[in-house]
Design a protein around this ligand. Structure first.
Ligand code: PLP
Ligand code: TYF
Length: 396
């Protein structure tokens, strides 16, 4: 039965890492995959995580199964991080949360829950978006449609185009929205645009599905959640898939959560029973370690303060690299205006470099970026910046 299986195409981002690893050139630079690197080019375990792990090592007394929805304290602190302590949806108990294996696992559970339990079959994703969205949703049985998002001419948001696309969405359709730090463009909605999207969802009966993978990487933990909190206050039904891979540096622990908001506490509780059924049919119950780390940090004030400080350091380093990147391109004699890079938020910058230029960067300069022209600014350091900008200046 296996002899006729066709070879799968490589993941456009993770496949790039494989190619990078196989490259023998010592001067090679990987600005492909979205992984935070410090000034030394390392991705270390956060000090707050190490301290939480020390506590767990001393105090953990059993490896018994978790419940289907994971660590209870974790699910509570996740809700508070997403919505703040005072949000009406929490007071009304309209939000239910289940621990999930990463943001990807959360997206998959959310999608499969919708397909199995509701009449909705369509999800709208931005063009462009994270490469895995389409395949996660299609594998779960959703039909994927695209809304306009990026204007290549202005290198800015195409909000009019976004609204025009979503005018074709039907009642019950899901709309995937990046909570902040849009991947790959780094361009987010402002508050008045979030307000317009909230009104559109309300008017047409669209259900927002937030992908929230970078909380704290844009402006701050609360600022980055403003769009989510605004929509949650306006629309009756909403889903969130959040990830702690980036903001806790817990990439390989696979820790995230799926949160459902219904129009009443009763409906939310019934829906949650089906979310749990979906989880059970996939992996029975989640692994504990990542959830225990996050809940330990978020529930202890001194650890939480340390983590927030570490998150701020990560965010500030990326912002500093954006400024240096723009200045260094200028210093290399690049005449084109790259100031938009400083207006973008999060790990990524959508450079506007075309496929040919991306290929030359890789072939001639061993600088790896994603084919769309997306650059992981989080992979830049003061040490590699000149080499990167020289290479870009040469291919422009
Ligand atoms: N969603 C977006 C927009 C991402 O950039 C990522 C990146 O990893 C994910 C989801 C997946 O997160 P995780 O690694 O936690 O599955
Ligand atoms: O976009 C990125 O680079 C990150 C990491 O299949 C990633 O979100 C990339 C591809 C993938 C899983 C994670």
């Amino acid at each position: 039965i296996f002899s006729d299986v066709e070879l799968a195409p490589a993941d456009p981002i993770l496949g790039l890492t494989d190619a990078f690893k196989a490259d023998p050139r010592s001067e090679k630079i990987n600005l492909g995959v979205g992984i935070f690197k410090d000034e030394a080019g390392d991705t270390p375990v956060l000090a707050s995580v190490k301290q939480a792990e020390a506590i767990l090592l001393a105090e953990e007394s059993s490896k018994n199964y978790l419940g289907i929805d994971g660590v209870q304290l974790y699910n509570k602190v996740v809700q508070e991080l997403l919505f703040g302590n005072e949000h009406q949806v929490l007071k009304d108990k309209r939000a239910v949360t289940a621990q999930a294996p990463g943001g990807t696992g959360a997206l998959r559970i959310a999608a499969e829950f919708v397909v199995r339990n509701t009449p909705s079959r369509v999800v709208w994703i931005s063009n462009p978006t994270w490469a895995n969205h389409r395949s996660v949703f299609e594998t779960a049985g959703l039909e994927v449609k695209e809304y306009a998002y990026y204007d290549a001419q202005t290198q800015d948001l195409d909000f009019a185009g976004m609204l025009a696309s979503l005018a074709d969405a039907q009642c019950g359709d899901l709309v995937l929205l990046h909570g902040c730090c849009h991947n790959p463009t780094g361009i987010d909605l402002n508050l008045s645009q979030w307000q317009t999207i909230a009104e559109l969802c309300l008017e047409k009966g669209l259900v927002p599905l937030f992908d929230f993978a970078y909380q704290g990487f844009g402006t701050g933990l609360n600022e980055d959640a403003a769009g989510l909190r605004l929509l949650a206050a306006k629309v009756p039904e909403l889903l969130v898939a959040n990830s702690f891979s980036k903001n806790f540096g817990l990439y390989n622990e696979r820790i995230g959560a799926v949160t459902l908001i219904a129009d009443s506490a009763e409906t939310a509780a019934v829906a949650f029973s089906q979310v749990k059924r979906t989880i059970r049919a996939n992996y029975s119950n989640p692994p504990a370690h990542g959830a225990l780390i996050v809940s330990t940090i978020l529930s202890r004030p001194e650890l939480r303060a340390l983590w927030e400080q570490e998150l701020t350091t990560m965010r500030n380093r990326i912002a500093e690299m954006r400024t240096l990147f723009v200045a260094s391109l200028k210093a290399q004699g690049v005449k084109q205006d790259f100031s938009f890079i400083e207006r973008q938020a999060g790990m990524f910058s959508f450079s506007g470099l075309n496929k040919q230029q991306v290929q030359r960067l890789r072939d001639e300069f061993a600088v790896y970026i994603v084919g769309s022209g997306r650059i992981s600014v989080a992979g830049m350091t003061k040490a590699n910046m000149d080499a990167i900008c020289k290479a870009i200046a040469a291919v422009l």
